[in-house]
Structure formats: C-alpha cells, structure tokens
Ligand binder design. Sequence first.
Ligand code: C5P
Length: 308
Amino acid sequence: MEEGGPSELTLPSFAKINWRLRVIGKRPDGYHELCTVFQTVSLHDVIRFEKSDETVLKCSDPAMPTDGRNLIMKAAAALRAEGGAALGASMVLEKNIPASGGLGGGSSNAAIALIGLSKLWNLSPAAGDLARIARGIGADVPFFLTGGTALGTGRGDAIEPLDEISEPLMMIVTPRLGMDTASAFSALNAQNLTTSTSESNLVVCRREARNLRTEQGDLVNDLEEAVVKSHPEIAEIKGFLKDCGARVAQMSGSGSSVFAVFDKEETRQATLEASRKLHWRMFAVATLSRSQYREALNPCHGLLPISF
Ligand code: C5P
C-alpha cells in the first residue's frame, strides 16, 4: 500500500436544490443545454474512507447498489485510472438523501469520493483535473466541487459561483416516487439548439440568475410541468406547502422532491407537524454557503477550486 495520506477519513456529502432550472434546448450530444442556479443545503450523507487493498463500498440503505453502478465506485475507478496507481479503499456510505429525488445525492457522493480518495491516496490532482473527471461521471457532479450558490450552464456542469442566497428556514418534501432524470428531460420535448437562440437565451438567463430573489415569481423549473403531468402528487405537495404558509415551494431538479422556504420557524414547525400524517419523507434544512461547505470538507478543502 502507498505511503502518505491519512489511514482513514470521514466527510459529509451534502444535497442540492435548484432555485432555477431553465432548459434552453436540446444539444447535438442528446443532453440539454441548461441555465440553472444550484444551492447546497444542510441535508447530507456521510462517507467514511479507509485505506485497504481492495475497493469496496457498504451502504446503510440495502436498496442502494454498491457495485460499479454506484457513482462512488465510478469515481474511485476514474481517479485510479487517472492516477495510474493500484490503490484501494474500504468505504461506508450512510445514506440520508433520498435517491432519485432531484437532490443530487449520487452526484454529491461522487464528488466527495473524488476529493476524499485524493486525500486518502495522497494524490494532488489540479482543480481542473478533478472538474474534468467529475464532468465525466455526471452533469451535476462538478457543482459539488464548489458548493454554495452557483450558476450551472452547458449540461449544468460549467460552474460559476454566485452571490450567496441565505435561507435558514427551509423544508424538503420527497414523495415515494421513482423518478428518472432522462425521462424528465425527454418528456419536455425541447427544441434543438441553434447557436443564436442558445447565446441570446444564455445572456438573459445569466442576468436573471444573478438577480435572483427567493420569491415565487423568480423561481422557475422548466421540467416541472412535464413531470407533474405524470406525477400529480408533486403538485399536491407544492399546494400543501403553500397552503401551510410557505413563501415559496418549488420542485428541485428533475423531481420528485419539493423544497419550500418559510419566513417564520413557527410556520415551518406547524408544516412539519401537519405533514407527519402524510406518506412523504420530509427534512428541515437550511442553505449552506460556499465557506460553510469548504469548512465542512476540511481537511480536503485544499483540493477544491480556489477561484472565488
Ligand atoms: O449526467 P447525468 O447522468 O446525471 O444525467 C442523467 C440523464 O439526464 C442524461 O442521460 C440525460 O438524459 C439527462 N440530462 C440531459 N441534460 C442535462 C443533464 C442530464 O438531458 N443537462
């Protein structure tokens, strides 16, 4: 086994929501051109890494695959291929973020595996290399190398930090629906991109993202209408949260989770109480700023980009 690096380390792996998600059009590679505002929130998984001869993953959720289909194992393989070294790690994932819920759980786990394993294996990849490997694993993975409030363009994988949005009183509600990101995008039936529509739309989207307020009118998710058609329960959750007094309620990513922002703790508490009678998973959360994100990832924050 290689020398250097700690023998074990434990890191949190945070969830995200999308304050805005605009789909600009369909790209020639089959993906969709996006302009989205990501936000890390306090809900998190925990990943423990320990040096080992073999690479193995265990998960607290028995329904979660722990073989090569798991993005943590994909991240480990991608990093090993890049580093050229035959290193292993025994990893344990404590899962709290609902899978396939539009909260980026798998993508976050992949990004944290990249930085956790780099530390464990004493690798020093440049931030640009980590971002490139992250992009190869999934479109949402690069955001989790930055955290806080950030703009995602391209496939959602070109990340620019934005001024932080701070909302301490939030709630996430996730119904027990199996969502599939690819079907959410294809249900949208988006137009093929032309260079001019892409460029002019991006200019507008970027401006709107920079001036975003957490008011219902500013929060848009272009995937929501198509997803709600096949999963009306999402509209029901949104209505429930608004009726309970949420300032805004919006679907995250490709669903099925809905996040809400409250002005008063009493209103949030009453909403949590009222929703306990229903069959949804729910989480009281707060936004997590970029500096809080970096702090939580200590001692690995040296591996995160420092361009902000
Ligand atoms: O990159 P990731 O594996 O997370 O994306 C899952 C699926 O979501 C893709 O295979 C694609 O069908 C769809 N997608 C898309 N445009 C994006 C991101 C994802 O069409 N920008």
